[in-house]
Design a protein around this ligand. Sequence first.
Ligand code: GAL
Length: 998
Amino acid sequence: MYTRVFHLSFFIWSCLSFVAFTVGSFQQNLKVRPYARDPLQDVVTWDEHSIFVNGERVLFFSGEFHAFRLPVPSLWLDILQKIRSLGFTGVSFYVDWALLEGKPGEYSAEGVFALEPLFEAASKAGIYLLARPGPYINAEVSGGGYPGWLQRVEGYLRTNATDYLATTENYMTSVLKSISNAQITNGGPVILVQPENEYSQAVSGIPFPNADYMEYVEDQFRKNGIVVPLISNDASPYGHNAPGQPAPVDIYGHDGYPLGFDCSNPSRWTSFNTNFRTLHLEQSPSTPYSIVEFQGGAFDPWGGVGFDKCLSLVNYEFERVYYKNNYGFGVTIYNLYMIFGGSNWGNLGHPGGYTSYDYGATIAEDRSVAREKYSEMKLQANFLVASPAYLTVTPGTPSTTQYTTSSDVYVTPLKSNETQFYVVRHSLFNSTEATTYKLRLDGSSSGNITVPQLGGSLTLNGRDSKIHVSDYDLGGTTLLYSTAEIFTWQKYGNGTVLVVYGGPGEQHELAVSQIGISSSEINASLDVLVNSTETSVIVNWLTSATAQYVTIGDLQVYIVDRNTAYNFWVIPSGNSLYTNTEDVNIVAKSGYLLRTANVTETSLDITGDLNATSPLWIVGGAPKNLKTLTFNGQEVEFSVDENGAISSNLTYIAPEFAVPTLKDLQWYYIDSLPEIQGDYDDDAWTLASFATTNNTSRALTTPTSLYASDYGYHAGSLIYRGKFTAKGNETTFKVETQGGTAYGASIFLDSSFLGSTVGNKSAASANATFALPQLGADEVHTFTILIDHMGLDEEWTVGSNTMRSPRGVLNYDLAGHDQSDVTWKLTGNLGGEDYVDHVRGPLNEGALYAERQGYHLPSPPVETWTKGLSPIDGISSAGVGFFTTSVDLDFPSGYDIPLSIRLPAINFTSTIRVQLYVNGWQFGKYVSNIGPQTQYPVPEGIWNYNGQNWLAVSLWALEAAGGSIASIELVASEAVQSGREQVQVVESPAWSQRAEAY
Ligand code: GAL
């Protein structure tokens, strides 16, 4: 097959051209831009249809995966194999600057933040990578990827302001060095890179597009060794940075989210793009048509409807209709955002999202692949990668009259030499009707015939779209046409296997050119009608749940319904797209997941996952002389049928394991708001001493800046302490706080609770006024204000300055006083930008006393804590309680058993804010009065499945009566018997005394 072979000759050629370039470069005259294309860059080239890798056309069919949202590097291969098993060839990934340069000038990408394990996993899985390191990424992460300290830079972000550009240098140099080492030219998987992100719009008054800025960023990439093509992702097809425009990238691409991000009405399909091809021809006709992000799900905000609804909105029907529409535009660089979302652990998210970033994506947050949209994607990707002709198609003019017998059907024809693809959908794109039609083949080698010829009609059943083909090459045999959709075809020596499918109960027909095949060489199962003439063999059938077959000479056709096709897999033998020297793909049907295959002359070793006992049926790729068949290393028995297909049975053995009952464990409790005790000493706290701020998003309305990021506190939560000497005439205290949407705040005077801002899904800030008790003159009093920090806003629109929207106290008024009568101190995470925990990164901790002391870490000093109080007991007054317990797990190996922590249903009248920490990793933020999330998946590897774990819970009660968590449970989801590689438990350093902690 065309995409999967790494040719030794190209490798040698690459090495030679490297030598040639090194020598030749000395002779280059200096008129050439210093980072202009060099011959090595030609390892990845392109024309108007597709990219080429090592001279071969490649379909970059990709899904977005953020390794930083799954901080267990040994699970990255699991995800990448699950993507590879979809038939995908690529993955696109962002890098989140905020996690790698918590302190200006100190880039740190170690442990769970290292990129190299991702590159290794991609190479192993056989996946090409598109790297998107920013510097700006958006991505629903805090600050859109900008570290909080960028709030202190005056110049506009995402522009060529010198101070802003200077901040990017250290990160970009470091990250680009890692990425360039992993380029294909250095033997790695990276074949494309994207500078910036959706550089597409600015507020009025900001010059846009700013070519100097984009050129600067692009030069940064080139200077730091990037030689593969630069690709863009315009937010919409506007044409920014397209060839001929200012600061062009190599390959122009754009994004598309036609259904947007409101999941509350999942069947509402409102918008649909029909002009992408036209715009492409206007904007960038000489580059491959590229959709760098297309909707693969949706994000959901605090107070949102939950990801189940997003999954229904962007479901398998959406995939059929919207994605096939994109194939109708001839897209060959295609990335679905997200294919696996993961989790916003450790405060990495922005305020517009909660801990789960499931996204309703193809692969669920707990890494399971049971969603129907996973199976549907597999059908589509496998078809396209098996269709070399698709890579050189020219889309023709769509019509509702020319190609079918029904004007309710809209057909986009795509042609490449003889081959035609007909992308068929309802003329009313969101129709739920069942429409019957026949297809008129246009200029096919069979003539302008109407099919099916042998009887029946085709049906478009509701929200569906199909791709019919004519004159489609099956490696030497011509498929004259097929109304049934192709899952895959593979050639093995002289024989060819073709798998086609149709929806339940649909009539279909295919025809194969009949050259030198005698009728004795044609065999079929009972339920198909075969008409063999001198020129063709026509096969017609009504799709049923029973698989059918037709043998036509050396061609073996398997005919299945879509649900059966869902269980088919195409797994390459050998394990890599670009180091695979064996040109064999296994075609097999089996239960839950097939991952890898290895073929020798007499053996076939398959790995995969089971969630139930499942028959294994291998219809292509097994050695003729098969002696040994293994599944996950265990030998299994098999039989061979008359067509050479192998049958076996894969036995699922239910694992035995026990999930601890959390409420019955030994819990320990400590108060985590000692700040409101009379004798609390805040000597070590940061004095809010800056009389000015560089933060240009909002002018100061306080004598000194109270913006947390001015003092290096960027995540989790914030505590302010304001001291004043009373005069005895104080009546009220008014304070304006800001923490980002859905935040909350609690305000105390000394030990007395004044009140809380409990928050709601849309308020990022709030004013609150409190009546004060009678204070005695000359007494010193202290306000303590605890503010939730929901992350920093993104900077989607250049010049909006939203990323710099401050967190903390914005304004205050103590009646009878000048503002300057109050002296403020503040804290966030211990150390601020000199954060303590370099393993879990700069954002994992907030301002809570227990966090500052490191009590969320394993083995805290519980000897001095209250024994036997659990989060279910809770606390009896406003404040913060902190609970921890040790959880022993002993799960069997060979199984993937996702665990999650379940908290009570959302209760709009109770007001508690809870954070969950597993072995020190903050993996859940729960807001009882806003929601929607109540269940928090935490991956194996963060949990140690064979040993001791520590689960910590912070419980912030925002009401005078305190609060408790009605229930807390550990829940296992479906246990999958898995052929994945062993999970390595991530390093999770235990508690040790923090000398500097206060
Ligand atoms: C795009 C952006 C991505 C992500 C996505 C929505 O506009 O490029 O980073 O934010 O929207 O999930």
